[in-house]
Design a binder for this molecule. Structure first.
Ligand SMILES: *[C@@H]1O[C@H](CO)[C@@H](O)[C@H](O)[C@H]1NC(C)=O
Ligand SMILES: *[C@@H]1O[C@H](CO)[C@@H](O)[C@H](O)[C@H]1NC(C)=O
Ligand SMILES: *[C@@H]1O[C@H](CO)[C@@H](O)[C@H](O)[C@H]1NC(C)=O
Ligand SMILES: *[C@@H]1O[C@H](CO)[C@@H](O)[C@H](O)[C@H]1NC(C)=O
Ligand SMILES: *[C@@H]1O[C@H](CO)[C@@H](O)[C@H](O)[C@H]1NC(C)=O
Ligand SMILES: *[C@@H]1O[C@H](CO)[C@@H](O)[C@H](O)[C@H]1NC(C)=O
Ligand SMILES: *[C@@H]1O[C@H](CO)[C@@H](O)[C@H](O)[C@H]1NC(C)=O
Ligand SMILES: *[C@@H]1O[C@H](CO)[C@@H](O)[C@H](O)[C@H]1NC(C)=O
Ligand SMILES: *[C@@H]1O[C@H](CO)[C@@H](O)[C@H](O)[C@H]1NC(C)=O
Ligand SMILES: *[C@@H]1O[C@H](CO)[C@@H](O)[C@H](O)[C@H]1NC(C)=O
Ligand SMILES: *[C@@H]1O[C@H](CO)[C@@H](O)[C@H](O)[C@H]1NC(C)=O
Ligand SMILES: *[C@@H]1O[C@H](CO)[C@@H](O)[C@H](O)[C@H]1NC(C)=O
Length: 680
């Protein structure tokens, strides 16, 4: 009986609180149109990212002018909590950590994205990317673990890996932000140190996240929820790797030892930034995979005419940013006889990393000092390095060998080395730490790679325009292609016939970094998928059950660049595509209706931790992304202080009355309830 009464009291209290929050007068009421949130991600042990409360967080706008000005937000301002508007120059670790520490007075943060990149550089990533899931563990070589020798990303401030218990959004510096600034100037600015008067301009941000704590917790809740309703709280990060080979491989025959060896040519596809849907990855991803696509194209004719003895296996890995999801899965599949190629068949690995030249004329070859202690591995690595150096002869740059005692930079090849000592080299534009000043940030974009066009060109003219960046990457692709051919056992005298196409490189740079909705990409991909094409591609891996835009684009591009068009009917093309036993994949090209025959295939890029249901795995990526219902933001004026006090007064009055009522009911409960129950 008594506990029932308590329930009534609590219910009354809740009603009172909502009565006062609903009565806040909203004079103007502007919805923000282009909001980019930071979302919650979880791994085996932590949650990172941002979230609002279920009903959105409300705060009085405060445009932060300098770091000293933080005092207003954190202690002196009279109207907390505040919604802090940050110019990008103040989006630093020091400011963010102070705001995080003072989160009781901070309702949320809005970062205004600038229209030009900050010259001093910015990387919200860690300074030692994928520190614990590469090959350099304590057991492999303790002197090389934890970026002990080289800190690859010294500018990394780690903001992307912090947890915030308020929402953080990004807005483009445009009309939306102008409305916000104006609202702040008109209503909230403190004049001569006096506190601003009501009504005040406030903002509400919604980004409530369903998942909490860590991946094991949210996967358990998924399982529980699934038995009741198919409502998930989080999903594993994942997508598809794209691969192709110069010789058709029987895709139904898994894990067999082939007579021929394969040379793996790898690049990574994905990238990320602090915010959910801006990950341009120009240098960190695109420079490498565009180079590899162009190299594959340059090798099409020569590998058809004079097939070298080893097969070249092109692969584009997804999810590498999050503890090597794509490469760890492929290696896992190889080890478990679930993949077309077996680890025994791998001859060597050539990986293309960040290769934007930025006007420099030097590239660096990185290799693993530990496996090179084995003399046969060392011999193969040395040959591959010589091979690359002679392939670069006559091109516009030189290639040097990075220090012999330095470990590999973060790279997919590390996951192969974890399984076996395989000879291999990673090509980068840096000898020591990254030259990329915007690693895994929203500024690693076309502007940073110097992909820009003379004014007044139409989109069609821009697509075709050959920039200096395109010229440089074309040369890199030529070197890669020539080296791969020799590495596969091809004749060295063929090298002059292998040249990458600068027109194709230009078009890829435009398509991936400037506008994917262009006439070329529209021709390549099936018509039902063209509607997804947008602005610059977002390379964040996401939680895709079907392949995402970057995966699709690379898949169809690779088919176009390495395959051949055959004149058969659309139905035949469709039928043969579904034939899984086929050695080749086929798809219909949208415009001409031609059938394209190629060896391009997709393979699942979801971490083996989720296959094994080992959500606390130390070997495999455990990253999941929380689900959410709505992401939105709006600004409005909150009512005058007097009105609010009045509302509060009425609320308190009603509350007292109800408490009194509850007290009377509970003290007379014996009389009120039990007498009726007693059988007479
Ligand atoms: C965090 O805030 C508390 C007061 O709320 C303060 O005493 C402490 O020094 C702050 N810590 C940092 C690291 O700023
Ligand atoms: C790297 O590791 C070695 C051996 O553990 C240690 O002696 C050395 O001080 C470390 N160097 C740095 C820069 O931490
Ligand atoms: C990064 O490397 C360059 C040389 O490549 C060096 O001058 C610079 O000091 C390094 N930066 C850091 C922060 O270590
Ligand atoms: C999970 O992420 C956090 C934050 O980046 C990191 O400190 C921790 O080591 C990660 N846990 C595992 C098991 O990788
Ligand atoms: C932004 O505002 C200006 C003038 O107020 C207007 O000319 C322009 O069309 C607006 N842009 C957008 C995208 O609404
Ligand atoms: C968002 O778009 C709507 C409709 O297009 C417009 O009325 C509103 O003013 C826009 N919001 C801002 C902040 O510009
Ligand atoms: C602020 O102070 C200055 C001088 O102290 C004075 O001239 C000005 O009128 C004041 N402004 C307002 C709005 O009170
Ligand atoms: C592929 O391998 C399977 C299983 O070994 C075999 O049945 C099939 O005939 C092969 N297909 C081709 C085209 O060689
Ligand atoms: C490849 O061969 C085709 C015809 O077989 C020819 O049209 C094309 O120009 C060749 N490409 C290169 C790069 O040599
Ligand atoms: C490649 O294979 C052919 C025929 O099988 C053989 O004659 C040749 O020696 C091989 N080349 C190399 C480099 O192994
Ligand atoms: C690739 O695309 C180009 C232009 O879109 C087209 O002319 C060519 O025939 C295509 N090649 C293949 C093999 O599909
Ligand atoms: C394709 O084949 C059909 C008949 O098989 C033929 O009529 C047509 O001209 C061919 N098209 C091309 C472009 O070769």
């Amino acid at each position: 009986m008594k506990s029932n009464v308590k329930h009534v009291t609590i219910l009354c209290l809740k009603l009172q609180m909502c009565a006062s929050c609903n009565s806040v007068e909203k004079k103007i009421y502007v919805h923000l149109n282009y909001t980019v949130p930071c979302v919650r991600l979880l791994n085996a042990t932590h949650q990172i990212g941002c979230q609002s409360s279920l009903s959105g967080d409300v705060g009085v706008l405060h445009v932060l002018e300098s770091e000293e000005n933080l005092d207003w937000v954190l202690s002196s301002g009279p109207n907390p909590p505040y919604m802090v508007i940050l110019e990008s120059s103040l989006f630093t670790r020091s400011v963010m950590m102070k705001l995080k520490n003072g989160s009781s007075r901070v309702a949320g943060i809005v970062v205004v994205a600038p229209n030009t990149n900050p010259v001093e550089g910015f990387s919200p990533h860690t300074s030692c990317p994928n520190e614990n899931t590469g090959v350099y563990s304590e057991s492999y070589d303790p002197t090389l673990a934890h970026c002990n020798v080289t800190v690859w990303n010294p500018l990394g401030n780690g903001l992307s890996y912090e947890e915030y218990d308020f929402p953080i959004f990004s807005l483009k510096d445009d009309n939306d932000t102008q409305v916000i600034r104006q609202c702040y100037l008109n209503h909230n600015q403190a004049v001569n140190g006096s506190s601003p008067r009501y009504p005040l301009c406030a903002m509400q941000l919604y980004s409530h996240m369903s998942a909490v704590t860590d991946t094991a917790t949210c996967m358990r809740r998924n399982d529980i929820n699934f038995s009741i309703s198919p409502e998930m709280v989080c999903d594993p990060l994942g997508d598809f790797n794209v691969w192709a080979s110069t010789r058709p491989l029987n895709n139904t025959e898994k894990g067999h030892k082939m007579w021929e060896k394969v040379v793996i040519a790898a690049a990574r596809l994905d990238s990320r930034s602090f915010f959910f849907d801006v990950a341009p990855g120009a240098e960190s991803g695109a420079s490498g995979f565009i180079t590899l696509l162009a190299a594959a194209h340059a090798l099409r004719n020569v590998t058809q005419e004079a097939q070298p003895n080893r097969t070249i296996f092109y692969t584009f890995f997804q999810g590498e940013t999050f503890d090597y999801i794509g490469s760890s899965r492929m290696v896992y599949d190889m080890e478990n006889n679930q993949f077309t190629v077996d680890l025994d068949n791998v001859h060597s690995v050539l990986e293309i990393g960040q290769v934007g030249l930025h006007g420099e004329s030097r590239l660096w070859l990185h290799s693993d000092p530990v496996s090179r202690r084995n003399s046969s591995v060392n011999e193969e690595v040395r040959k591959l390095i010589e091979n690359l150096q002679s392939a670069a002869a006559g091109l516009g740059f030189t290639v040097g060998e990075a220090g012999f005692s330095q470990p590999l930079p973060p790279s997919s090849f590390q996951r192969f080395l974890r399984a076996r000592q395989i000879p291999g080299v990673v090509i980068e534009n840096h000898q020591l730490n990254f030259t990329n000043r915007y690693y895994e940030s929203m500024y690693d974009n076309a502007e940073y790679l110097n992909v820009s066009y003379p004014p007044n060109l139409t989109p069609e003219e821009q697509l075709k325009f050959v920039t200096d960046t395109a010229k440089a990457l074309t040369e890199v692709a030529t070197m890669v292609a020539r080296a791969l051919y020799v590495q596969a056992g091809g004749a060295e005298n063929q090298q002059d016939n292998i040249n990458a196409d600068r027109q194709i490189v230009s078009q890829m740079l435009y398509g991936f970094l400037v506008r994917s909705n262009n006439s070329w990409f529209q021709q390549l991909i099936p018509s039902d998928l063209t509607s997804h094409l947008s602005k610059p591609t977002n390379f964040y891996v996401g939680v895709n059950q079907q392949s995402s835009e970057p995966t699709l684009l690379v898949q169809y591009l690779l088919a176009n660049l390495t395959g051949s068009a055959i004149n058969i009917t659309q139905e035949n093309c469709q039928n043969q595509r579904e034939d899984e036993n086929d050695k080749e994949s086929k798809h219909v090209r949208h415009e001409t209706g031609f059938c394209v025959r190629s060896t391009v295939r997709l393979s699942r890029a979801v971490s083996p931790a989720f296959e094994l249901r080992d959500y606390t795995s130390k070997d495999y990526s455990t990253w999941t992304e929380s689900r959410w219902k709505s992401i939105k933001g709006r600004i409005f004026l909150v009512a005058s202080h007097e009105l609010e006090m009045l509302t509060l007064g009425v609320g308190v009055g009603v509350l007292l009355a109800s408490l009194l009522l509850t007290y009377i009911i509970s003290s007379k409960a014996d009389i009120l309830f039990s007498s009726g129950r007693e059988p007479t």
